[in-house]
Write a protein that binds this ligand. Sequence first.
Ligand SMILES: *Cc1c(COP(=O)(O)O)cnc(C)c1O
Length: 439
Amino acid sequence: MNRKRESGKTREPKKPLEDYRLRTRLIHGSFATGRWDYDHHVIPPESRSVAFRLQSVHRGAEGFVEFATPVAQRAPIYIYDRLDEPTRGMLEENLAVAEGGEMAVTFASGMAAISAAIFSVTHAGCQVVTHRTLYGCTHELLTHWAPRYGLETTFCDMTRPESIAEAATKNCRVVYFETPVNPTLELIDIAAVREVVDQLNHGRSEDERILIIVDNTFATPYCQRPLALGADLVVCSLTKDIGGFGTDVGGAVIGPNRFYNLLMLYRKDFGGVLSPRNSWSILVYGLSTLATRMVNKQKTAMHVAQFLLKHPKVAHVSYPGLPCFPQLELAKRQMVSYDGKFAPGSIVYFELKGADGEAASAAERFVDYIAEHSYTITLAVSLGQIRTLIESPYSMTHSAVPDEQKRAAGVRPGGIRLALGLEDWHDIVADLEDALDAI
Ligand SMILES: *Cc1c(COP(=O)(O)O)cnc(C)c1O
């Protein structure tokens, strides 16, 4: 679908788009794209067509030959939704910009993106080295499904990046982690992992090299750009802060162009495409408001973390923005907004006082009280919405992770995860105070 333009009516920005600030670019996107002509829309249109009309058999054949190649990446011949589609393409261009990557490929969910990233660069006999704490479904993917396809998973403690070198065998192809880690918010030093992996890669041929894949869901690209810090690929759930409103599930893999072909072919055959409808919402409502939402949520998270820290019934608060955060120096170096400010994110993890059993039952009473009486805080999984959400990771999102592994990683039965929304922070604090008084 080539660009058609009304003569003399073309918008040409004075500066290259790269010279505009990212916050602006996430709103205006790359309107001059070879992917689709939508210059005359203020809001990008939503395409809804399973198949695309081809002018000739020759053109159809060309489309199949070019699919997933650099030519198609610039100006695809659309054939069928599962292969490529314009609304999704616009979102992908803007996601690549947001993460500082050359390309993005979206998927039907965060898990579809994570599985695609890992499985498209490995084969039977390969090893994946990963951090001991992971999102529950990623843990299941790597311990239950991956071994069925001959992939070996080894856990280590990446807060000590040297432990990767101890865990990796000659078959290691992927080093995978989240930072901040869900739910404890401990951080992994991406640049330090890069150094360890560079040493391991020394003398390895191109297809034996270890790739670093980082799940950037918790931080969002507003707070952290792993590619610039040394990651080979970024994966994220678009369902969370990028989508931002809790209405659409999606995922993406972002990185250099050399992975485009592989990911597009994988997606075509495994089939987990993001629908144009979800793509449109994430593009028009989600990504364009990410910066604004994150700025507000971070302020709230800081107020809430400080309130919890001072409360006599709270034993421990983990938030990368707190002066007492154990990895504060790393947080300040690694979590930085587009405009260069410290950006510690919107999630707070905390524990109530008491021995293990007591803290766990206090936490359950506390969360149940909130579920029943709080106006501003909702008991629900997921995060990154405009409503504040609370949950107990030990028994809910991380129930698939074995007990010993959770305890070793500091995920205790009394842990509570609070994902801040856009409510007035005074009201959130008042609801937390009320629930703490009640238990
Ligand atoms: C939610 C989440 C995922 C999975 O995303 P879905 O869109 O639910 O598939 C992966 N990683 C992290 C850190 C998450 O929070």
